[in-house]
Write a protein that binds this ligand. Structure first.
Ligand code: NAD
Length: 275
């Protein structure tokens, strides 16, 4: 079975560098695809309260027969819980659906910066971590200015910033800001939701290694130290996306893929999204 490297987060938590995403997968479908993923060898699952599939994810984990400690589970706080007192009940509801006593990583899903609520919510995140309800706490879709306001609170630094990052949207400034602050960058939509996979540059790189364009893109992320969570509901692709540890891209190939950056955002802009 594939050995997936771990990333050590700044609080010492160890997290698989490659995990499995379930955005836009209904509850039953999430159970089926997470079961397939765990069977294939994935050991990290990324869900969120707003995906409405935490119960299916939880059933798949329970039925896998794996030890709880062997599966890294991430879920996310939605905007309706964005206050200091809102975090704990939101996570309790997620844990109930997941059928778990704790998650491994809990993320503020979006900063929703029209108000400062994300700052109070960060203090709630530290509280649930200290209560043992999540091993580690981080953020998602935070721009450097949001990170700096969290850091100015003087408490903990988020361990992870999960951001949209793929060849058509390099997010290089946010990635560099994360690194400067010791925050691990986790790429969401690492395949650009499939939109980048037909690019001729990727076809050339993939062909040179006898791999698929999706595998070349995942390799590009992994060699640059990012955590990735590709999604698929198709068994062959679920397996293919895990088979990315037997080849190495050259510096020139990494640079060629970097060159595909074209502001190809698939989701909302974090500065503008307030729910
Ligand atoms: P993705 O970049 O992982 O792309 C998934 C799509 O790419 C699939 O639906 C399929 O069409 C295609 N695909 C997957 N594997 C393929 C392969 N081997 N060959 C060809 N095509 C393939 O997109 P995503 O699901 O948006 O992102 C991944 C995960 O990131 C999500 O499931 C979710 O867990 C997370 N996410 C987080 C946020 C956030 O705001 N934090 C937002 C979006 C997604």
């Amino acid at each position: 079975m594939t050995t997936i490297p771990n990333i050590t987060l700044l609080d010492g938590t160890s997290m698989p560098q490659l995990g499995f995403g379930v955005f836009r997968v209904p509850d039953d479908g999430a159970q089926a695809s997470v079961s397939t993923a765990l069977e294939a060898g994935y050991r990290s699952i990324d869900t969120a309260a707003i995906y409405a599939n935490e119960a299916g994810v939880g059933r798949a984990i329970a039925e896998s027969g794996l030890d709880r400690d062997d599966v890294f589970v991430t879920t996310k706080l939605w905007l309706d819980g964005l206050s200091r007192e809102g975090v704990r009940p939101a996570l309790e509801a997620s844990l109930e659906k997941l059928g778990l006593e704790k998650v491994d990583l809990y993320l503020i899903h979006w900063p929703a910066p029209a108000t400062d609520a994300y700052l109070a919510a960060w203090e709630g995140m530290e509280e649930i971590r200290d209560l043992g309800m999540s091993r580690s706490v981080g953020v998602s879709n935070f721009l450097p200015e949001h990170l700096d306001r969290v850091l100015a609170l003087g408490g903990s630094i988020p361990t992870v910033n999960q951001i949209e990052l793929h060849p058509a949207l390099r997010s290089a400034g946010v990635e560099a800001a994360n690194a400067d602050r010791g925050i691990a960058t986790e790429a969401w939509s690492p395949l650009g939701q499939g939109s980048v996979l037909g690019d001729p540059v990727l076809a050339r790189v993939a062909e040179a290694h006898g791999v698929s364009p999706a595998q070349a893109v995942l390799r590009w992320h992994l060699q640059q130290g990012r955590i990735v969570i590709p999604k698929s509901v198709t068994e062959s692709r679920i397996r293919e996306n895990l088979d990315v540890f037997g080849f190495e891209l050259t510096a020139g190939e990494l640079g060629a893929i970097d060159g595909l950056d074209r502001h190809g955002r698939t989701g909302p802009h974090p500065a503008e999204f307030n729910g």
